[in-house]
Design a protein around this ligand. Structure first.
Ligand SMILES: [Zn+2]
Length: 435
């Protein structure tokens, strides 16, 4: 189902016209109302009048996460405080978080972005949407909640955690839709598997919308088979609003981005120049509708590519490839670039392993070490190391050939690797603390 056919299926020509109009307006607002952008644009010698079409976006300055932290908390706000209806903040791992503010129109646009994704997965008035993203400053919970409200579905705000209770409610209250991080969905699937009260066959669960962390096709297969659902990607980031910057359609051949609201570019993260069409690079967004905190050319650090080809679903909205990784997440081990998601991809190729893993990186002498904890599924597990060996060798060979690093693999008992209820933590880099 297409929630807003006018916007999601607009001709390229009309979309560019709309994007050009909206960009001109947002640049004027930023230049006049936000001292940060006045200064940045003056430094580059760009005036709002120089922006005549969406192609002129390349003349504008970038905004980085660092800039958002410097302007903490309200430095980038373009409206008076009396127009603000809500504040969210991203989980800063160190130091100050990134704060996002919203007017009522911003909240409406955000809810529409999520509604478009839910509708693409067939969610409507008959559905019960269990929101198992955390509620709070994190945009996941309330974002999914407002989107479910917009499509007229029942909202079941279980939030994350209390997994036994929430799987019981899933069964008793007839949840048809699950929204959470993919790692938490996997954890819920395991709780259901081990429960004597909840039965997969008694669940009404039909679809799931998973986001807030990069995930793989292997994880999709795992979630679809374990939960008996169709699993869709929902993409977003707090700096643009939250979840619902885009999502997958039924074709599951790329994530459509709602480019009437969020203009995407792909740049080379080294040269900062635009990439050729179809080339991998860093995703950059400009919010075209945001009132409270419009952001120009925000560098997401997410690495992906864009496909402007026609989608079989009928939408013309550009499609984004699966996120290869966040450049911040990229590990450099013995000079080789590795993304944790590559390890997940390899693990899901081997049916004997669960998709759970934990990487520990350390430096011993002058050499980096890469230790990988993995779990065998219960039916394949034996505490006897000689019985584990036949499983280790093929996994080791595959990681060497795909990632170019030699891992020390440790097999753990099923369930031994810590499960997360929000965004998964897969890596500990001990080198950072040793200088
Ligand atoms: Zn499509």
């Amino acid at each position: 189902m297409i929630y807003n056919a006018k916007m999601e299926c607009m001709s390229r020509e009309d979309m560019r016209k709309l994007q050009s109009e909206r960009l001109q307006k947002i640049v004027k607002t930023c230049y006049e109302k936000v001292p940060f952008y006045t200064r940045k644009m003056d430094e580059l010698g760009v005036k709002p009048e120089d922006i005549k079409s969406i192609d002129d976006i390349v003349k504008l300055p970038f905004t980085t996460k660092h800039d958002l932290r410097d302007e903490y908390p309200y430095g980038l706000q373009a409206v008076p405080q009396s127009e603000i209806r809500r504040v969210h903040a991203s989980s800063g791992t160190t130091g100050k978080p990134v704060v996002a503010t919203y007017t009522q129109n911003d909240l409406d646009h955000w809810a529409e972005g999520v509604a478009r994704v839910l509708a693409a997965g067939g969610v409507g008035k008959e559905d019960v949407v269990q929101v198992s993203y955390g509620y709070g400053l994190f945009t996941g919970g309330l974002g999914a909640h407002d989107g479910a409200n917009k499509v007229g579905a029942v909202q079941l705000p279980t939030s994350a955690g209390n997994s036994e209770k929430q799987t019981m409610l899933m069964q008793d209250l007839g949840s048809t839709v699950l929204a959470c991080t993919p790692s938490y969905a996997l954890h819920l699937a395991e709780v259901i598997e081990n429960s004597d009260k909840v039965n997969l066959k008694d669940l009404k669960l039909r679809v799931g919308f998973f986001g807030a962390e990069p995930w793989t096709e292997g994880m999709r297969r795992e979630l679809q088979s374990k939960l008996g659902i169709k699993a869709y990607d929902i993409y977003g980031l707090t700096e643009m609003s939250g979840p619902g910057v885009g999502g997958e359609c039924d074709c599951q051949d790329g994530t459509h981005l709602w480019e009437d609201m969020f203009f995407p570019e792909i740049i080379n993260p080294e040269t900062l120049q635009p990439c050729a069409p179809g080339e991998f690079g860093e995703l950059v967004f400009t919010s075209l509708c945001k009132e409270a905190m419009p952001i120009i050319r925000y560098r997401t650090r997410d690495l992906t590519r864009l496909n402007y080809g026609k989608c079989a679903c009928g939408r013309t909205a550009v499609r984004m490839d699966r996120i290869l990784g966040r450049s911040d997440d990229m590990l450099i081990v013995r000079g080789v670039n590795v993304f944790p998601s590559q390890i997940e991809t390899v693990l899901t190729e081997f049916p004997v392993f669960t998709p759970q893993y934990f990487i520990t990186i350390d430096r011993k002498g002058n050499e980096d070490s890469f230790d990988l904890d993995v779990e065998l599924r219960t039916e394949f597990f034996s505490p006897n190391p000689s019985k584990q060996m036949p499983y280790i060798k093929p996994l080791y060979d595959r990681i060497v050939s795909l990632c170019g690093i030699k891992p020390n693999i440790h097999i753990k008992e099923p369930g031994a690797i810590t499960r997360s209820i929000g965004k998964a933590k897969h890596v500990e880099d001990k080198r950072n603390f040793r200088g």
